[in-house]
Design a protein around this ligand. Structure first.
Ligand SMILES: Nc1nc2c([nH]c(=O)n2[C@@H]2O[C@H](COP(=O)(O)OP(=O)(O)OP(=O)(O)O)[C@@H](O)[C@H]2O)c(=O)[nH]1
Length: 170
């Protein structure tokens, strides 16, 4: 074993390899910011005298990145779309509905560990036409707001999930 504190001299070849690895790490950090919109689709459910607000949540498929995590329906804004147009399109593609996009209630900026960053805007949806169909998810459920923390949500959603469950947002 080498004694502690010994200086290791790097050859030119090793230095070059390390420089290239550093360069690759820089490129990962410089990934473009993804602009994402998602819906808080709400409904009232009553049992006896009690009224509960429920929100629609969706689970990613097992073969997708971040598999089986829960999220709110939505997706990336395409060039030339407003946030509302993008969300209406995504809800149609994912759930087969024509939604009325309501007010924007939250915006989250999140950096994933792989270096990707997203800007997420959440809009309330209280009204839609058509029958809800699960077109792309592993599972789709209505969850009472207070039960949201029981689900394994994407990291970017965790603050919002907490706020919704504690009644701080709606
Ligand atoms: N729809 C939705 N996306 C979310 C939420 N939270 C969150 O981090 N995201 C991220 O925002 C991106 C949404 O883009 P997308 O719906 O077009 O996603 P995708 O899974 O095909 O992603 P990809 O094209 O980057 O692989 C994903 O990377 C997703 O992980 C959320 O609550 N709803």
């Amino acid at each position: 074993m080498k004694p502690l504190g010994q200086t290791v001299r790097l050859t030119g070849k090793v230095k070059e390899t390390i420089r290239k690895l550093d360069h690759r790490a820089d490129q990962e950090i410089a990934r473009p910011l993804r602009l994402v919109v998602a819906a808080l689709m709400l409904r009232n459910s009553s049992s006896g005298d009690a009224q509960t607000i429920e929100v629609l949540i969706c689970q990613r498929k097992p073969n997708e990145p971040m598999s089986l995590k829960w999220e709110f329906p939505g997706g990336k804004i395409e060039p030339g779309e407003t946030a509302e147009e993008a969300l209406a399109r995504e809800l149609n593609e994912e759930l087969g509905i024509d939604a009325v996009i309501g007010r924007r209630v939250a915006q989250v900026h999140h950096k994933y560990r792989n270096g990707g960053a997203i800007d997420l805007q959440f809009f309330v949806v209280n009204e839609f036409q058509g029958t809800l169909e699960n077109k792309i998810f592993n599972d789709v459920r209505w969850s009472p707001l207070v039960a949201l923390p029981e689900y394994d949500f994407l990291a970017a959603d965790l603050g919002l999930v907490r706020d919704l469950a504690d009644g701080r947002l709606l």
